[in-house]
Design a protein around this ligand. Sequence first.
Ligand SMILES: Cc1cc2nc3c(=O)[nH]c(=O)nc-3n(C[C@H](O)[C@H](O)[C@H](O)COP(=O)(O)OP(=O)(O)OC[C@H]3O[C@@H](n4cnc5c(N)ncnc54)[C@H](O)[C@@H]3O)c2cc1C
Length: 629
Amino acid sequence: MQAPTNSQYDVLIMGGGFAGNVQARPLLRKIPGIRIAMVEPRSDEEIASIHKIGESTVEIAANFLARELGLVDYLIEHHPPKCGLNFHWPKKAGQTKTVEDYHSVWSVRFPKIGAFQLHRGKLERDLMEMNRADGVHTIQGLVKDFDIVEGEADHRIEVEVDGEVREVSATHLVDAASRKFLTGRKTKNMLVGPKNLFGLDTGAAWVRVSGVDRKIFRDGMDPMRSSTSNYYCTNHWFGHGHWLWMIPICRDSMSLSIGIVCHNEVLPGKTVASQEKFLAFLKANHEVLYDLVKSGNVEDFVYWTRPSHRCHQMFSKDNWYAIGDAAYFGDAFYSLGTSTIALAVESVTEIIRAKRAGDADAEEKRAAYDGFNSWYGGTVVHLYRDHHKHLGHAGAMSWRIYFEYMWWFGAWVPMYLGKWHLDPEYCRGLLRHCERHFFKDFYDDLTRVVDEGRNIGWMDSYRADQLAFGYYPPQEHGEYLEDTIYEPQKLNIYHSVSRTYLYSAVFWMKFQWKAFGVLGVLRPKTLYHLVRLLKQAAWVGLGSLRHRLKMGGEDSSTSFRQVQDEMADYAYKPSLQPWLGEDGMPLPGLNGVEAGMATPANTVGVGAVSSDVLAGGAPPTAPVSSSAP
Ligand SMILES: Cc1cc2nc3c(=O)[nH]c(=O)nc-3n(C[C@H](O)[C@H](O)[C@H](O)COP(=O)(O)OP(=O)(O)OC[C@H]3O[C@@H](n4cnc5c(N)ncnc54)[C@H](O)[C@@H]3O)c2cc1C
């Protein structure tokens, strides 16, 4: 990395982990000429070798990396595919030797939006190299201190490089230094502890293991259950007060990341706080995972107390921004971390672009994006409310996952794909229609199910025969994927959200019936939510109508319309262009074939003719091929 040569930048990014690197790239791509510095204490070698969690992507992060950052080929070539999420609960607590000892929800096919399991160290090192090649000034150093300056004046930042402190300044300051909470401490921005996190109180421990024998889990797929790999999914394993992940992170070395999130109320973090204790826990509670770990080599072990937090504000009017773990983190359960970073990064990019361009609505955007992203942070944390009570109950959790999937695929994924999170009006609308209270009522009912030992059966999120009308949560409510409706705010998000409300009403009634019978169905709270959900479905449905009118029926992508327009005058002409002259030799200038270039008579081997031959020099020693490739 370089030392600071220039002391003034448009943007200074503190931290060159995932968030810092993926922030630099769209800034460069969207704002020509922008001067960016990124400060990161680790060397490239250290970055590549470290085991960071955050390996599994879901739809938003995967689409962001592939489409927004243009990394799709890179991802295919360097990181394993992700084939969905599987969930496993032991049938009997003491019998966990094989995956057949578990009740499972299996991903049934490759996801429609291709996702990847990331080797984080490799990804961050590669991104850093790409950013550097594109002009980001990467500084190997440590941010020691900085000023938060009000208004548009530059921030001053002290950076320590090789033991020497230097001062640099930047108009925009991005805090991507994760749990150092650089802006969080300075502005008293952080909300920590269970009281601020809807009761969430967890610890996490994990190992990276290479050279595992994956047959201990399952070799490949189960052809009667799914058409995709079971191993390349993120596998979730459950028990009382905890869940574990199993993520393949490298094809070549057969490496797995295996870790636990434990809820302190049930399973205090300290009981798994060393490698020895963690492995002993696996042996007692998830033997199949223990055997997997034992089949390979443990590369490293990490334990974190209380990984969760959130913040009041993410994007300040004083041009500082907190993204990634510097802003919020809930739980690793749905692998949302990198997706939440995608939303924040696109917002920051648009704010900085609008401010630099002097757009009249720059401040309106900043305020709306800040409101939405900070609120979304709280909503993500809320998603894990009362997890400790539900995790071990297979039936209750299968319903919970089904319901949360409905909103992920019905509201959040299409919001991202349609870039609605960059529409200030839509952002403000989301805050007005917050559904946390409904989720809480559902969670309370699940707690009752668990406490009273009720059996509410099983909901498989991937199957189309579980709820009604062939619906299943990952189903799109419109054809936006097939029709590639990706231009900003074109995809009809209102249609998706309206239908999500409608199916939530169906889900709610079915759940009440299964859980509490007729009394549950007729309860005032049940009826209140039923009416409310249906009203919301109708109200948002009107928004869908308005959107259609606004689009004038043009709900197809512009590039496809262009093809259609071009094809309107299409007439088939069965002809070939001439390529040989009267002398039987290729015409000059066609497809790079110049006069005197390779011909059947002068081609060497299977390649092009050598420059010696072109220059009339010594003839080639290789045999002359009689047929050009
Ligand atoms: C147990 C667990 C499992 C998870 N699993 C997933 C998952 O499967 N999928 C997913 O999407 N998310 C997951 N997450 C979340 C994900 O790990 C984070 O959201 C993501 O790593 C955050 O990236 P970041 O860039 O903010 O932080 P980091 O990747 O930690 O980067 C911060 C960088 O800042 C640098 N830094 C620190 N101090 C300074 C300083 N003073 N000056 C300059 N630089 C500094 C550090 O060296 C580091 O490189 C998980 C989280 C946890 C806790």
